[in-house]
Write a protein of this length. Sequence first.
Length: 297
Amino acid sequence: MAPPPIHPSSQASSGSWIDGILQGDLPDFPAFLARVEASVLVRPYVVLAFYFLLVSAGELATVLGVASFAVWGNGLALVLLCAHGALLMEGNHARLGRFLVALMPIPLVRIVSLTSPQMQFSFVVWMGLVGIILYGGIFSALRFLKPSRASVGLQLPDRRHLALEVGVVLAGFLFGAVEYLILRPGPIMVSPSFQDVVVMAVVLYVSTGVLEELLFRGLLQHYGAEALGAVPAMVLVTGLFAVLHAGWHSWLDIAFVAAVGGFYAWVVHRTRSILGVSLSHGITNCMLFIGMPLLWP
């Protein structure tokens, strides 16, 4: 592969383009950007298919128990998303660039979950610590991209959507019961007190319901719609949401999560608010990890 072009002065003084850079003769960056603009690096469906497959490969490695490959693969995805998004942010493909930046918390989810020492903490504390780190990634992306609160669903729904919002919240109880029957996870608390249940419910709501809906149906769905259009964005974001549940080793659960995620995506697209889906998501996980194990052990 040919090295990037450098100024003639550095070619005359050194046979190495690296030596030229060290001497202050930088590559022709506008020419490099022009090459990027003319390459597959700006084709949204090609680019996003690549990152989807890269994230999926990391999830497959997690399922197969090759944690080091999963961490390195997601680390590579994180670096590439950062560099690729930065290259496109100011050009003719800024919408794709913004979406790539918005995608950066996705590989961070698996990196954090695999590298956090869960055995040294209770489940509640571990969930809280992981949530804090992931919120840091999400808020960093929000601060960099500077969307309006309404554009990422941080607003109350319109009154005409009240019945839909109530329905999706109540559906969380059904979703949690169905997913429990699919996965049958063991109890995370033995003979918990009322206070234990309340604390765990709050942690689950904040670290899964709010966090995941802000990321997937808020940040990603908004910038995905900018780059691809509303429907393709909902399909892609729902696919990522489902793939990240592969660690449960259940194809049925992946399909179920995809269906629920697609429903949540449609609700947010219609109501422009993540309030109802975040409550529903939190209730789903509370039913999955607290309610159903206690009621139907």
